[in-house]
Ligand binder design. Structure first.
Ligand SMILES: [Zn+2]
Length: 157
């Protein structure tokens, strides 16, 4: 593979670096500095829209434009997921891990028995994804109904 020559390294071609002095929090619509504020924001969790209160964002005092930063999108997702879990009465990440470890299974083993990808189960246990209500029922069966795991082992192993 041919190496491209580095163009004018260390020497700017026009003698100047044109770095525009735009404030990091400037409104992209009108240039006014945006201020921190909060709002109710929607987020999709397993195809269901959760409306989460108090999500931080930046708001332009002049034109009303808003900007949600990536860390605030993470907050939105985390709190939306917690709301979804609460509304559906779902097991939390720790509950799911406990079901697996009580049966001395690896994530790969339990994932296979439930017909899931290993990554899916690992994300549930890390709280980075939320199981659907249907999968929650299946997890509860494994937890509460004696013989259910043996059944899955017979039919899915
Ligand atoms: Zn603006």
């Amino acid at each position: 593979m041919k190496k491209k020559p580095k163009s004018s390294e260390g020497v700017a071609s026009n003698g100047k670096r044109s770095r525009p002095k735009v404030h990091e929090n400037a409104c992209h619509a009108c240039g006014t500095t945006m201020h921190p504020s909060t709002a109710v924001k929607p987020v999709q969790i397993n195809g269901e829209t959760m409306r989460v209160r108090g999500i931080p964002h930046l708001r332009c005092p002049t034109c009303g434009e808003t900007l949600t930063r990536s860390q605030d999108l993470q907050t939105l997702w985390d709190r939306g997921a917690a709301l979804y879990r609460e509304q559906h009465g779902l097991l939390d990440a720790e509950d799911i891990r406990a079901i697996r470890t009580r049966h001395r299974l690896t994530q790969a083993q339990l994932a296979k028995l439930l017909g899931l990808g290993t990554n899916t189960l690992s994300r549930w246990e890390a709280g980075r994804n939320v199981q659907t209500a249907a999968m929650d029922v299946l997890l509860r069966l494994v937890r509460d109904v004696p013989g259910s795991l043996a059944y899955l082992k017979r039919h899915r192993a």
